[in-house]
Every structure is written in C-alpha cells, then in structure tokens.
Write a protein that binds this ligand. Structure first.
Ligand SMILES: Cc1cc2nc3c(=O)[nH]c(=O)nc-3n(C[C@H](O)[C@H](O)[C@H](O)COP(=O)(O)O)c2cc1C
Length: 504
C-alpha cells in the first residue's frame, strides 16, 4: 500500500515538473506520456535494427553484414542456404567477381594449405622502396585500422591487440598514443595525428626523442602520419570530455574531463615538401617505415605529392586512403555526410597519379571504408591496394551492436566508452578470440575467392576480374568504371611469381 502511495506521489511530482518546466514543449503539453517519446527515440535504432528492417537495410552495416561478422567471430555456421536474396542484376553498382573456369590448383607437393591462420603476407615490403633499415613484409594484408584508447575502452583496446597477436595481424594505435592495453603482443603501427599524443612537446609539436623512446619500448613496426580521416577530413580529432578519464588524460598529456579537440592542421608542416621532410625525418630517426593516412578531397595535393616523390625519390612508404564513408568516435554530422570522397571514388584518383609517375609498384597502398568483407576487400586489392584496414568491422567482432553511441560515451557493449560499469561487461580474453576468428575467416574467404579466380594470392588479381552492374541489366568492366588500366593493378611477371609463393 505504501509503495503504491509513493508511486502515485512520484507520478504527481513528475507531472508538476513537466507542466512547469520550459525546456521541452512536448512535456509541457503532454505531461508524463511525453516521456515515452524520448524513451522510444532513445531505443529507436535498436528497435529498428531487430524488428523493423530488412536484411539489407540499416547503415553503416546491414543486418546481413553484421550477422556474417558475428557468425565468423563466434565460429558459427556463416554459410547461406537456398541462394542469394540479392537482386543481383537489378541493383546498380553491385560487384561481380569473374571466376576462372579452371580455378587455382595448390602445388601437388603438399606445401600449401597448412596455415591455420590463413595468413596472407603483403605482396610488397613496407619501406622497401626507400630502403628503410626496419623495412618489413606484414604477415597479413588485412589489419586493424586506427581507433585510439580513449575513443575505445581499455577492455576493447586489449581485446583488439590480443586478437591481433593471436591472428598475426597488425594493430594501428589511433591518434591517442600507446596505452598499456596496446602492449598485449600484437604488432603496432603508431599513429601520429595533429596532437602528436604520446610524443608531444609542451608547445604541441613532435618530440622526436620521446617518439624514439616509445618506438624502442613497444612493438612498433611502422609509423603513420594522419593527415585526415574519412569521417571528418579538415577537422582534428574530438574526444568528448566524458571519455577523458585520468588515465586517458595521462597517456595523451591533456587535462582530465575536458573535451579534447586536436587541431585541424599539423604544426610541423604545411605543404607537400614539408610533409615529405617530416616523413623522412621520422624515418631517419627511428629506422621505421613511415606512411600517411588521408581522405581525398582536392586533387592538387595528390598531383603534387606524386610529382614531388618522383622528382626527389623521397616520401612516405605507404599511402592509406580513407573513404568518406569511414567511421569515427565523434564528428560533426555534416563532415561525416558531406566531406571527402567515398573509397571507390577516392582511391582511383590517388592511385592514377602514382601510375602516371610510375611509382605505383614502389609505394604500398592501403584502403579503408567498409572493406571488412571478402568481396569488398578483394575489389580494393584488385584496384591496386596492397592492404586493407578495417575498424568498425573489428568493433562488431568484439561485440559492438552498432548502437551508434560512440560520441556519447554510453556505448552499451563496453566497446566505445570509458564508464567502468559498461567496460566491465567486455571480457578481453573472450573477445580477443572472437576478433582473431573474424580476421582469420575474412582472410580465408579472400583466399577462397582468389583461388576461384585462378590466383594463389589476392595481390595477383587485376581489375579485369571484376565488373560493376548498371541499372539496365548490364555491367561495365571495373577498369573502365574506375579509370585504372588493368596492367597497373597487377605486379610485373617476375614479382608475380614471388608473390604466388608467399601464401602457405
Ligand atoms: C571509434 C572509432 C575511432 C576512430 N579513431 C581513429 C583515429 O584515432 N585515427 C584515425 O586515423 N582514424 C580513426 N578512426 C577511423 C578508422 O581508423 C577507419 O579509417 C574508418 O573507420 C574506416 O574503416 P571502417 O569502415 O572499416 O570502419 C576511428 C573510427 C572509429 C569507428
């Protein structure tokens, strides 16, 4: 009886509050019931995701795509029965992979097929062109793209690094510096954003001595200078104050609890020659290969960079092109929706410039932008990418449900939050195995596709293996659609022989 009276009192108090507050018109007009609108709005994405939408609806990742990642990560049955539910010939811009009538045959000596992790070493040596002292060939053409500690939780960062170690995959630190959760065995690519977090001078520039020290004390294989990110090019990184815990603040060297906005520009350079000098300075000081990551907007930069690199023989060891459809921890909507070209439009514009100056077989190319699926990764490699970086698909593998709350710090699965009670739910050991399973399955299916097309290694597939459908029950050769000559998308004959022996 007393509980009932208390409940009634609570309802009356809420009604009085609703009627007298001025912030929400809907509550003033509809006291009590008005709250349902906000609750429904809050759980709308989850409701739509599970109840209302079709298998191919929902963005950024459809239900089919998420189900494939989840099943692969749990080593459940990820096959399909009864045939496709795609409207194959009616959907424009679908990828058609043209298989060979006589698929690739493993050598009869049994030297192939023993690798349980389905490693696919990169066809090029990163840093080979510039002969960096610590040039290396990554074991996996797939790697986990930049997502910083701060944007992701410590449990998520640990799960990713451990999953990378288990599966022989590289892990990009993201622009937030190296945390203890990056030190669980996985090889690192250390990303330097405009904030140079973890290797920053008091004035906000790059502290080279600190960088050398970081590189010497962690498993760093390469360094990446981030010019921009597809989801927010022209804007620096944003880490909402809710996520700037004492630990995140200490690792980055910033005040706790205050929203951290890194500058949109680099203090260390402001033109192509300055960028190339910066890259070379870092490579010289550390001995490591140095790459750049960028979204694609104005074309002038790429023309100038290719010309400069061809004229001087200096420059980045790899170029990572991030599509405008890429993910982010937090960004203004207009930047995510309208700034920078999507990957399939962006990459050819960059690659063509390097074909023009004859450097496309020297520089390593990396692509990103929803490429964590076998057909998408294979097409990217057919276009000229040597490696593919994946971010949100890795998040899905460790339990992300695409709630799209990364920017609030309230991620319900403990992946993109710093709230201890939410982070507690994510078991890094279990999720590391899930990530490894997903990465291994992805590589296996990429290899299966390559074999179906007659090749031992996906780096040997040219754009002639693909067609893109149009809206008239027809299709066009992918080399025509992307404006890239087929010959530029395959290695020369001598390299091709060596590449085909890389996979075991
Ligand atoms: C939560 C989150 C944090 C990210 N943080 C960074 C970052 O620190 N630096 C960066 O260059 N890109 C960052 N990205 C972008 C990814 O590295 C990647 O380029 C982009 O999401 C495209 O890959 P995807 O489509 O596979 O997610 C972040 C993405 C997400 C989802």
């Amino acid at each position: 009886m007393m509980w009932l009276a208390l409940f009634g009192l609570g309802v009356v108090a809420l009604a009085v509050y609703d009627l007298t507050q001025r912030k929400h018109a809907i509550l003033r007009n509809f006291p009590i019931v008005g709250h349902f609108r906000y609750w429904l709005e809050a759980i709308g994405p989850e409701l739509r995701q599970y109840i209302v939408t079709n298998n191919n609806d929902e963005r950024p990742f459809s239900r089919d795509q998420r189900a494939w990642v989840y099943a692969s990560a749990k080593r459940e049955n990820n096959l399909r029965g009864f045939g496709t539910d795609e409207r194959m010939e009616q959907e424009p811009n679908s990828i058609i992979i043209k298989h060979a009538v006589f698929p690739w045959r493993p050598p009869a000596n049994g030297a192939h097929g023993g690798d349980a992790r389905h490693l696919i070493p990169c066809a090029k040596v990163v840093g080979g062109w510039r002969k960096r002292p610590k040039a290396y060939r990554p074991d996996s053409v797939i790697y986990v793209s930049a997502m910083s500690f701060g944007s992701l939780s410590k449990a998520a960062t640990e799960a990713i690094n451990r999953g990378c170690a288990l599966s022989g995959t590289q892990h990009n630190t993201g622009e937030g510096g190296i945390s203890p959760y990056h030190d669980c065995g996985g090889d690192l690519i250390y990303q330097l954003g405009t904030g140079y977090f973890g290797a920053r001078t008091a004035e906000g520039g790059l502290d080279m001595a600190l960088l050398k020290q970081k590189v010497a004390t962690h498993k760093v294989r390469a360094i990446e200078v981030k010019l921009s990110q597809g989801a927010k090019p022209g804007k620096g990184g944003v880490l909402p104050g809710e996520k700037v815990t004492a630990e995140v603040a200490a690792i980055r060297g910033i005040p706790q609890g205050v929203t951290c906005e890194s500058p949109s520009f680099h203090r260390e350079f402001s033109d192509v020659a300055g960028l190339v000098d910066f890259v070379e300075r870092i490579a010289e000081a550390t001995g490591l290969p140095v790459g750049i990551k960028s979204a694609v907007g104005e074309q002038r930069f790429w023309v100038d960079l290719a010309d400069h690199m061809a004229a001087t023989g200096r420059g980045p060891d790899y170029i990572h092109v991030d599509g405008g459809e890429g993910g982010t921890g937090a960004a203004p909507l207009v930047f995510s929706d309208h700034v920078a070209l999507p990957f399939k439009m962006a990459f050819p514009r960059v690659f063509r410039e390097f074909v023009r100056v004859g450097l496309h077989r020297d520089v390593v190319f990396v692509g990103a932008g929803r490429l964590g699926f076998p057909e998408e990764a294979l097409l990217a490699m057919g276009m000229g990418c040597d490696m593919v970086a994946i971010a949100r698909e890795a998040m899905l593998a460790i339990g992300c449900i695409q709630a799209q709350r990364c920017h609030t710090g309230h991620c319900p699965t403990g992946v993109a939050t710093q709230m201890p009670w939410l982070v507690r739910g994510l078991d890094p050991t279990l999720k590391a195995a899930r990530l490894a399973n997903y990465l291994i399955t992805l590589r296996k299916e990429i290899l299966d596709l390559s074999h179906a097309c007659g090749h031992a290694h996906p780096g040997l597939l040219g754009l002639d293996c693909f067609e893109i459908t149009n809206d008239q029950l027809g299709s066009r050769p992918a080399s025509e659609v992307f404006g890239i000559p087929v010959a530029a998308t395959v290695p020369d004959a001598q390299t091709a022989d060596a590449v085909s022996c890389l996979v075991h």
